[in-house]
Ligand binder design. Structure first.
Ligand code: DAH
Length: 343
């Protein structure tokens, strides 16, 4: 029998010329070689069999990769401002991008709060555990720390604690209280909102994203009470949805407010009748809020026997989803032009 290496060469050359690449696996030479295994001497049989099998494996791999290369691959141009398969229709001019719906709505809600006398501040994308927890009355080991599915980084702060990606905008409360404390001396309230991005290690679904937006609010002065909190939120939501809404306030628990509430509003789509948007409940849970805990005021050197305040934290994505009937929060970060261009 011809030298195995020669047969291999012949088969490889033929492979290149074949129209249907898989025909190489039916080559008579292969069959002859396999049949010849049993005729080898006992000492040579294993090595011979192995060599023949190697050739078959090599040819099978070449066939598989040739077939994969033959598959029609849809062209994908991630930079094209149109669907490359249907051509440049509804062309989005490169000079004419559009503002992301969340960014636009953040401007809208910021304007409403500004008209109500609130200053607007931004948050940050890396923070420490003092601002995430301690300053908000979650001491070390507090079980409610686990509720926040906080992303930790490998970097540590000066106490050796991992730095974190903020899981709520409440991380800014202590800074805002300190920054605007001078207002109190001038007999002005501290009134700030912080709309910004937050991060949580969530199981993702139509209502949960790992990256989303909240707007935090803090208001501190003398004689602030829960009625002012409810009136402020109701006023804000009615301005945002441009209609009268009923609100429902249920007791809840947050370490940084006492008492704490969960705030629901009547569904702006069905007026409490029940529909797909509100899960047929007629009400939509929208935000957490409450009267700022004395320990939170103390952490900013504000005397809780003189001043009281309220705070709230509201998910912006959900607010916007409800305004436009968007059924899946993941659309916001999908980069889908079909979605984005509707706004
Ligand atoms: N930080 C809370 C959360 O993300 C929301 C919240 C609740 C903020 C009560 C507040 C508040 O300022 O007072 O779940």
């Amino acid at each position: 029998m011809k030298d195995i290496a020669d047969i291999r060469e012949t088969l490889l050359q033929r492979f290149d010329t074949l129209e249907t690449k898989s025909d190489i696996l039916k080559a008579p030479e292969l069959k002859v070689m396999f049949n010849a295994i049993k005729d080898q001497s006992v000492e040579e049989r294993a090595a011979f069999g192995h060599a023949v099998n190697q050739i078959r494996v090599e040819l099978q791999a070449k066939v598989a990769s040739a077939e994969a290369a033959d598959e029609v691959i849809e062209p994908l141009d991630v930079t094209a401002p149109w669907d490359v398969n249907t051509g440049p229709i509804a062309l989005l001019s490169t000079e004419d991008g559009s503002i992301h719906p969340l960014m636009r709505e953040i401007t809208v809600l910021g304007d409403i709060f500004e008209r109500m006398g609130f200053a607007i501040e931004g948050s940050r994308e890396i923070d420490d555990q003092y601002h995430m927890f301690e300053s908000l009355n979650f001491p070390k080991g507090h079980p409610a720390r686990d509720d926040y599915d906080t992303f930790m980084t490998v970097e540590t702060d000066k106490d050796g604690e991992p730095l974190i990606a903020p899981a709520h905008t409440s991380t800014m409360q202590n800074r805002m209280l300190k920054k605007y404390k001078a207002n109190l001396v001038a007999d002005e309230p501290i009134a700030v909102v912080v709309p910004d991005r937050v991060f949580r290690n969530e199981d993702l679904d139509a209502r949960h994203e790992h990256t989303f937006y909240q707007v935090e609010g803090v208001y501190v002065a003398k004689n602030v009470h829960a009625g002012m909190l409810i009136a402020t939120l109701k006023e804000f939501l009615q301005a945002y949805y441009a209609k009268e809404l009923d609100v429902r306030v249920n007791p809840f628990y947050f370490p940084f407010t006492e008492p704490s509430f969960e705030f629901a509003l009547s569904c702006p789509f069905c007026d409490k009748k029940g529909c797909g948007i509100c899960g047929y409940e007629g009400w939509i849970e929208l935000l957490g809020c409450g009267m700022i805990h004395p320990n939170v005021l103390k952490a900013a050197d504000i005397d809780p026997t003189v001043y009281t305040g309220f705070a709230f934290g509201c998910g912006i994505d959900r607010l916007v989803m409800m305004k436009y009937g968007i059924e899946d929060v993941r659309h916001f970060h999908s980069g889908k032009l079909d979605f984005l261009r509707q706004f």
